[in-house]
Design a protein around this ligand. Structure first.
Ligand SMILES: [Fe+2]
Ligand SMILES: [Fe+2]
Length: 154
């Protein structure tokens, strides 16, 4: 039986591994926009594949968080975090919608370099929204378990 006043290292480890995996997928997608060595058509195709995979992963990740588990556990431990947690979870649908509109833009992309640049900028904006989201989750978990878990601020 794990002690109730100690964070479960398996759960915390799982959360962090999930967040790291998400950012690996993001880095791969980013490469599609920064790699200028390949023709635009190929980069578009690669970016579309990466964003589709990221979307799938993110949907599962969000669903898992919404079903409870570590976030719920953090709120159970520290009830005042409840409101903050609710507003964090409400960010899930708009984040997925932001990614959907990027994937749609890539699907309709007519190989105009200016449009490509624009989509790349929008992807950067999406990344900053997602990173802020995950950071606030990490913070709630950290506060909920009331100890410094050494969560990476990336
Ligand atoms: Fe989340
Ligand atoms: Fe998350």
């Amino acid at each position: 039986m794990p002690s109730l006043d100690r964070p479960d290292p398996v759960i915390i480890g799982h959360v962090l591994a999930e967040h790291r995996e998400l950012f690996q997928l993001i880095s791969q997608a980013k490469q599609a926009f920064t790699d200028t060595g390949r023709p635009l058509g190929k980069r578009r195709q690669y970016a579309h594949e990466r964003l589709t995979e990221l979307r799938r992963h993110l949907r599962d990740h969000f669903a898992q968080e919404e079903q409870g588990g570590f976030l719920e556990e953090a709120v159970t431990r520290v009830p005042r975090l409840g409101r903050r947690m609710e507003s964090i979870l409400r960010q899930h649908p708009p984040l997925l919608a932001e990614l959907d509109s990027l994937t749609a833009a890539l699907a309709n992309f007519r190989l105009d370099p200016a449009d490509w640049h624009e989509i790349g900028q929008q992807f950067e904006t999406f990344i900053s929204h997602l990173q802020a989201h995950e950071r606030s989750e990490n913070a709630v978990v950290q506060e909920g378990y009331n100890e410094d878990l050494g969560l990476a601020d990336d």
